[in-house]
Design a protein around this ligand. Structure first.
Ligand SMILES: C[S@@+](CC[C@H](N)C(=O)[O-])C[C@H]1O[C@@H](n2cnc3c(N)ncnc32)[C@H](O)[C@@H]1O
Ligand SMILES: [Zn+2]
Length: 288
């Protein structure tokens, strides 16, 4: 099967995770100048692990399926709009941001939304989870899907990314600064206070760690904070959406399924449960 066009277009931006050399396309995937080869999956994504290989699987197939159903319901459309707006308004060049990358991109919901807008021409979507990468590879025709680990050196050349997104996903600020061009921005989405209440308490979902926000400040201490948008609305969630929301997050692998159904029955007596969607969308410009 031939490689997706977006993946071929992305090759000049990628680097071998073993030695840092550039790649050439082969029938099966890519090979670097020193002969390290990496296969492309039948579903169209490229796996680029370095010497340490895959250290953990990332989101499970069930979590990814729940995420796809939930996001497909449009519940987080306001977050996608805020992310796309943040990318658009922080571009200082008339051409906008030609290359946008997302790390821990999940199903590609946010990156595809950004690529739908004016400006961005190519998206690099990276995930550690193979089931997520399968969805990512068909999220948008201009999106190249990669499997790699955000916490390792990224298989991306220096200064080739114009804007990057991290939405409820792990960060690696030193590597983000390296792959961004001077003036490039990171758009970082994190949960705000009370996000998903009262559903979270009623279903026993894992809460956000309050120390996380302080860590975000530390991560980007050297970067210029250039703006923040908040989304703070009530979602009239129904039982099916609430179930997917519980299953797609970290709680998806911790909650006992039978207990979850009982808690859902208690929370929903055939009505909807107004649930707070509160997220912070922050933009940081790369240190000079
Ligand atoms: C909470 S989900 C968010 C997914 C997507 N950004 C969204 O909001 O729909 C976190 C994602 O990060 C991925 N992930 C976790 N650790 C990672 C790592 N070290 N490198 C790359 N991806 C990772 C998971 O597989 C999962 O898809
Ligand atoms: Zn190599």
């Amino acid at each position: 099967m031939t490689a997706p066009t977006a993946l071929l277009r992305s090759l000049p931006l990628l680097r071998c995770p073993n030695c840092g050399e550039a790649f050439e396309a082969t029938d099966r995937g890519v090979v670097c100048g020193r002969g390290h080869s990496f296969d492309r999956a039948r579903q169209g994504y490229l796996t680029l692990f370095g010497p340490r290989g895959r250290r953990f699987p990332g989101d499970t197939p069930d979590q990814v399926a729940a995420r796809e159903r939930f996001l497909g319901g449009g519940w987080y459309a306001s977050v996608a709009d805020a992310v796309a707006g943040a990318v658009r308004t922080s571009s200082s060049s008339p051409a906008g941001f030609p290359v946008v990358a997302e790390f821990g991109a999940g199903t590609g919901y946010y990156l595809a939304h950004v690529l739908d807008g004016p400006g961005p021409a190519l998206g690099l979507g990276a995930e550690i989870s193979a089931p997520a990468a399968r969805r990512l590879a068909r999220a948008h025709p201009d999106l190249a899907a990669l499997v790699c680990d955000t916490w390792e050196p990224l298989p991306v050349a220096d200064g080739v990314v114009d804007a990057l997104l991290v939405v409820f996903a792990p960060r690696h600020p030193a590597e983000f600064a390296r792959v961004l061009r001077p003036g490039g921005v990171a758009v970082v989405v994190t949960p705000g206070d009370g996000h998903l209440e009262p559903l979270r308490s009623r279903l026993g979902m894992l809460g956000a760690d309050p120390a996380k926000d302080a860590r975000l400040g530390e991560d980007f201490a050297e970067w210029e904070a250039v703006g923040e948008r908040r989304v703070d609305v009530r979602l009239p969630l129904d039982r099916a959406a609430a179930r997917d929301l519980a299953l797609m997050g970290p709680s998806g692998v911790h909650l006992d399924q039978a207990d979850l159904e009982v808690a859902l029955d208690r929370a929903f007596d055939d009505t909807t449960l107004p649930t707070r969607l509160h997220v912070r969308v922050r933009v940081f410009r790369r240190p000079a």
